[in-house]
Design a protein around this ligand. Structure first.
Ligand SMILES: Cc1cc2nc3c(=O)[nH]c(=O)nc-3n(C[C@H](O)[C@H](O)[C@H](O)COP(=O)(O)O)c2cc1C
Length: 187
């Protein structure tokens, strides 16, 4: 059974990212996957300060909720990264989460992330591509660096207020299908 960790990088519970990631999760569960949704807004994840204890075989020096997420990431086959655009980038929550992936940038830990599939879900209020393009490139470059395999990206522009995404059922349907694909595709 495919195991998926679905990460909501917005602090707004029940907001557009939450609804989009939850729809991906529903598609995956219906297709037979086991999905755990993690809301970063409910966790404490501090910044990576580059001490590189993790590269020297020691546990991460930041004793926070990321310590429980490292083994979860390793145990899952795929990760969904969801974030709204905040100032032409991902949220601080999502950025802090990814910063801590430095943990996987050493020979001993790299096998825990290499080859895992990743789906990206981005929402934003503006509608111009130049607003979401930097966020897409942030994920493309970071996931390639981590040797993860892209399984698809959904971008939903024009959603500002909480729940606005419900006015775009076709995008939620697309999210559902992405979840099903994520559950079904092997390796
Ligand atoms: C601090 C902050 C910064 C934002 N920056 C942008 C931005 O640069 N461009 C944009 O289109 N929307 C921006 N937004 C709007 C959010 O992307 C939009 O409201 C989104 O739907 C929020 O998703 P959520 O409901 O999952 O939190 C910003 C919102 C906040 C709170």
């Amino acid at each position: 059974m495919t195991k998926i960790l679905a990460v909501v990088g917005s602090p707004r519970k029940g907001g557009n990212t939450d609804l989009l990631v939850s729809r991906i999760a529903e598609g995956a569960v219906t297709a037979g996957a086991q999905v755990e949704v993690v809301r970063l807004g409910e966790l404490q994840i501090r910044e990576c300060d580059g001490c590189h204890a993790c590269w020297k075989g020691r546990p991460c020096s930041k004793k926070d909720d990321m310590l429980a997420l490292f083994p979860k990431i390793a145990a899952n086959d795929a990760i969904v990264f969801g974030t709204p655009v905040y100032w032409y980038g991902p949220t601080a929550l999502l950025k802090a989460f990814i910063d801590r992936f430095v943990y996987f940038n050493c020979e001993a830990n790299r096998p825990m992330i290499r080859g895992k599939r990743a789906a990206v879900a981005i929402v934003l209020e503006e509608t111009h591509e130049s607003t979401w393009r930097p966020v897409v490139e942030f994920f493309e470059k970071s996931l390639a660096y981590l040797e993860m395999k892209s399984a698809g990206t959904i971008i939903v522009p024009g959603v500002g207020k909480k729940g606005d995404i419900l006015k775009h059922p076709e995008r939620l349907e697309e999210a559902y299908r992405l979840g099903a694909r994520l559950a079904g595709s092997a390796g």
